[in-house]
Design a protein around this ligand. Structure first.
Ligand code: 13P
Length: 245
């Protein structure tokens, strides 16, 4: 699975232009699940442009209630009605700038599942955690607070993204071995909580400075099932090179 997280980039016209260039060059790609997560206002454009392609569309966030007086928020049923099949939950930028916690990550994940959206639940350690040897402790805590509270049935329908914060937008990708170690650790947490079959089945994406020139090495790791791509997903040629690696 190759997913693009556009973050706060592109307007509707730029979204349409992206798909015009991108869709034809990935049309023959039948092995990978391709997903684009644009800003909310571009979802109608993206859904229309992705019609009759194998490209899925997702939101970058959601609120856990269905509707109400929550100015600025967007709900799972709204995303679903707009044509989304996916939604990113708990991205580190949401955690850092918008006070997202493991508790809200769990609530949003459950809300997404209730609306038959597939949540892409993000976890990952910061630079200080990595340097002080706390990576596994951070991942264990994020898993315990944000994911372990799901039922087995709910868990079977999520995707996890491991995004080390120090690798996001920095050009410092985790080496394939570092990423694989973190994915292996996450899989062991999944095994302990949801059983070995769940650990084998769960799709874990890597995110953090994924580019056309490093995707192959990352995807060669058996524990890495795909990528969540920021900057390099904004350019149709570079994201197509990643998808067609
Ligand atoms: P970059 O690919 O720009 O490092 O961003 C990664 C990311 O945060 C994807 O969600």
């Amino acid at each position: 699975m190759l997913a693009g997280n556009w973050k706060m980039y592109k307007n509707p016209a730029e979204t349409a232009a992206f798909f015009q260039a991108f869709a034809p060059v990935v049309a023959d790609q039948e092995q990978a699940q391709i997903v684009i997560c644009p800003p909310f206002v571009n979802i109608p454009e993206a859904v229309a442009a992705a019609k009759n392609t194998r490209i899925g569309i997702g939101g970058q966030d959601l609120f856990w209630l269905k509707e109400g007086a929550y100015t600025g928020e967007v709900s799972a049923p709204m995303l679903q009605a707009a044509g989304c099949q996916w939604v990113i939950v708990g991205h580190s930028e949401r955690r850092q700038y918008f006070a997202e916690t493991d508790e809200t990550v769990l609530k949003k994940t459950q809300a997404a599942l209730e609306s038959a959206l597939t949540p892409i639940v993000c976890v990952g350690e910061g630079l200080e955690d990595r340097e002080s040897g706390a990576t596994e402790n951070v991942l264990r805590a994020q898993f315990a607070g944000g994911i372990a509270g799901l039922s087995r049935e709910q868990f079977a329908r999520i995707t996890i993204a491991y995004e080390p914060i120090w690798a996001i937008g920095t050009g410092k990708t985790a080496t394939p071995a570092m990423a694989a170690a973190a994915h292996g650790f996450l899989r062991s947490l999944v095994g302990g909580q949801f059983g070995e079959a769940a650990a084998a089945d769960i799709r874990i994406l890597y995110g953090g400075s994924v580019k056309p020139d490093n995707i192959k090495g990352l995807m060669a790791q058996p524990d890495i099932d795909g990528a969540l791509v920021g900057g390099a997903s904004l350019d149709p040629a570079s994201f197509a090179a990643i998808v067609n690696y």
